[in-house]
Ligand binder design. Structure first.
Ligand SMILES: *Cc1c(COP(=O)(O)O)cnc(C)c1O
Length: 395
């Protein structure tokens, strides 16, 4: 069974990526103005926290996400941490997080000394299922004076973190309704979805805050980096203050009005980010072309399907994925190993958070869909350059 499946899957991938040696999962591409802008930083001596590129990068990120403010930081994890603090998450609170996510979404909750409460995903978006969340909260939560409490643990449930997995939008309208029903603040983890749209609107601006990442494997990189975007001026000012040591304005005195963080992004990273943003449209066009080729190659394959963007979405297809029909981890691993042997860097989705020993005692909803997806999903090589192959005579 797995024998036949692994061969047909490799053949399908080979239709898209001819055998030319090792292929990474998602490689950064720095062929624009990155070197020129970096040189400008060095020649002008503006390498640290102040400088033209930080401001420009923030302005452009706000524009891209259709928000009014962006605050850049050293990585996406600390950006999530800062966003949760500003959202009012306090030690001992619970925060609703999909179990099917990268560990940073849950860790940022722990960094607030709060507790992640894992909720289920849905197959059509790979993100939080708003209907299942509504049903779960009806069962375990109650509102008192507009504050949501977990009746089993007695803790406040403050916030929900939808994650746009692999760039595919969560059903935000429905999620916003659930958040309203239960008095929850939304912090969007849009780390993977820069440039994705739903009904023509960019992701990241639907919650009180949206969080971006510019890690080396993301669609746009600054080496390492992150940002929080928001439409709320007070929130933006609070984020800036909290992530820049809470220094009060003064011509020379160093006074700090709370114990805060140094999460600032240096100008040299922002310089790379500005150059990368100039290429974002091109990256997305090529990644969508690549996804289209995968979709065609897998169209009539039995035993697995290519994951296509949800209805109404225009995804950045950060990482391409296939879902095997059967929920069989050993078959999935055989397929994975076969692809890896062929020098194609493929991987399973992250181990669901509730299955990690570090989060084994965290509160949770029923997570059957999350577990089924995790057992069936394989990510395929997704670098934009893979769409650039010139057509050969064999094709
Ligand atoms: C990459 C990522 C992050 C964190 O970003 P870093 O910049 O690596 O800290 C958070 N959430 C998700 C879903 C991610 O994919």
């Amino acid at each position: 069974m797995a024998e036949k499946l692994k061969n047909t899957i490799l053949e399908a991938v080979r239709e898209v990526i001819p055998d030319r040696g090792r292929v990474g999962l998602h490689e950064p591409e720095l062929k624009g103005n990155e070197a020129a802008y970096l040189t400008r930083c060095i020649e002008s001596n503006w390498v640290s926290y102040l400088g033209e590129y930080v401001e420009r990068f923030e302005r452009e990120l706000a524009e891209l996400t259709n928000t009014s403010h962006a605050i850049v930081m050293v990585n996406g994890t600390v950006a999530l941490h800062a966003a949760l603090l500003v959202a009012g998450v306090e030690p001992g609170d619970e925060v609703l997080v999909p179990s099917l996510t990268f560990v940073a979404s849950a860790n940022a909750v722990s960094h607030c000394q709060a507790i992640p409460h894992f909720v289920d995903s849905e197959e059509r978006t790979l993100g939080i299922n708003p209907d299942a969340l509504q049903a779960h909260l009806e069962e375990i939560a109650e509102l008192r004076d507009g504050v949501c409490y977990n009746r089993h643990t007695g803790r406040v449930i403050r916030t929900v973190i939808p994650v746009h997995i692999f760039g595919h939008p969560v059903r935000m309208k429905e999620l916003q309704q659930v958040a309203k029903n239960f008095g929850l603040v939304i912090v969007e983890d849009a780390a993977e979805s820069l440039g994705s749209k739903m009904n023509g609107r960019p992701l990241g601006g639907d919650g009180l805050m949206g969080v971006l990442s510019f890690n080396g494997n993301k669609i746009v990189t600054t080496g390492g980096g992150g940002a929080v975007v928001t439409n709320n001026k007070t929130v933006a000012a609070r984020l800036k203050h909290l992530t820049t040591t809470a220094k009060t304005a003064h011509p020379y005195a160093f006074n700090h009005d709370e114990i805060a963080y140094n999460y600032r992004m240096p100008n040299i990273n922002a310089a790379v980010g500005c150059a990368q943003l100039e290429q974002l449209d091109d990256f997305i066009a090529r990644k969508r072309k690549l996804a289209d080729r995968y979709a065609n190659a897998f169209a009539s394959l039995e035993g697995a399907q290519f994951f296509s963007e949800p209805h109404g979405a225009s995804s950045n297809y950060w990482l391409n994925a296939i879902l095997l029909d059967d929920q069989d981890i050993s078959a999935r691993n055989e397929v994975l190993e076969h692809l890896i042997e062929a020098k194609l860097q493929c991987r399973p989705v992250w181990t669901p958070m509730h299955q990690l020993p570090i989060y084994k005692s965290a509160p949770r909803a029923s997570l059957s869909v999350c577990e089924a997806i995790a057992a069936r999903l394989i990510n395929l090589p997704s670098s934009p350059f893979l769409a650039d192959r010139t057509l050969t005579s064999e094709e």
